[in-house]
Design a protein around this ligand. Sequence first.
Ligand code: DLL
Length: 437
Amino acid sequence: MIWNREIETLPRSLLQDLQLERLRWSIRWAYERVPFHRKQFDTAGSTPDSLTTLDDLRRFPFMLKSHLREHYPDGLFAVPKSEIVRIHASSGTKGKPTIVGYTREDIDVWAEVCARSLACGGATPESVVHVAYGYGLFTGGLGMHYGAEKLGALTVPVSGGNTPRQITLLQDLQADVLCCTPSYALNLAETMYQRGIDPATLQLHAGIFGAEPWTEGLRDQIEEKLNLKALDIYGLSEVIGPGVSMESIEDQHGLFIWEDHFYPEIIDPASGEVLPYGEEGELVFTSLTKRAFPVIRYRTGDISTLFVEPSKSGRTMVRMERVKGRNDDMLIIRGVNVFPSEIERVLLQQEELAPHYQIVLSHETALDQITIRTELTPHLYADFSNNPDNPAIQHITNRVREELEGALGINPAVEIWAPTTIPRNEGKAVRVLDQRG
Ligand code: DLL
């Protein structure tokens, strides 16, 4: 189902006309209302009048996460507090949270893009949508909630946690759409397995999974374990929350960016130069309609690629490849750069391993050490008589180490643990433990 057919299938030239009109509004809105933007634009010599084409945007300066911190809590808001109806905070682990605000109109736009995303993932007004993203300052729960209600679906606001109760509700209310992080979807599947519940007895049809990087290997595992189509949703608090882009159930490749509200660019993270479609780089977004918290060329830190391709669904908007990871989550191991998602890709190709892992960085000698902990599948462990010292485990460990070295050029220590010993989570997975102090 296409929620907003007229917009979602608009010929690209008309879409670009709309974007230009909105971009001019947004730039002026930010310039006239937020001293920070005015100063940034003036310093760069780019005034609102100097923007006459979409390409002119590249002359405008970038906005960074640090700018949000410097203006904490509300120094970048473009409307008086009396017009703000909601705030959320970004889940940044470093330092103070960053706060974002919404007017009533912003909440409406957000509900619209989340309704679009849900429909893109196969939800309909007849759906029962189980929202297991956290409710609260995190944008996941409330964002998907408003989208599901706007769509007209029966919305179940479970939030995160209490996994046994979630399973009971999935059974009793017969949800067809599950919204949560991919790592929590695995956690749900595992708990069902432990309780002898066959996912085929549930009504789940689609999973709308995001808020953290994941891989095609994890998609296959979740689809198999939960008996549904697993789809990727992307977003970030600074831009709006979930619903910036979404994979379609028809294509299952690339996330459609709702370009009538968010203008994307890909840049070379080192030089800041805009890269053409098809090249990998850092995603940058400019809001086209946001009132309370406009963002102009916001550097997300997320690494992806943009492409336009005919879609089975008829949607015309640009797509982004699944996010590989964040710039600042890239590990540099003895000179080799790797994203945790690349490690996940290799681990999930090993049929003896369960899809749970942790990457531990330590500093035991002068050099950084990296240890990858993962788990054996429960049935294999039972075959090995529940014995962690079984020599067969050493054999698998050596092979996994060799494969990581062959594929990624890193030579980590590998530890294979017993099933269910690596901590599970209820929201975003914490996969990298940095013990370097
Ligand atoms: O995670 C919004 C969200 C909620 C998206 C629910 C999807 C579903 P923040 O807490 O501000 O917002 O974190 C944003 O999470 O910059 C990415 O690094 C990462 N991220 C979000 N979605 C994906 C995804 C929400 N599908 C940050 N794949 C972003 C990879 C993702 N990374």
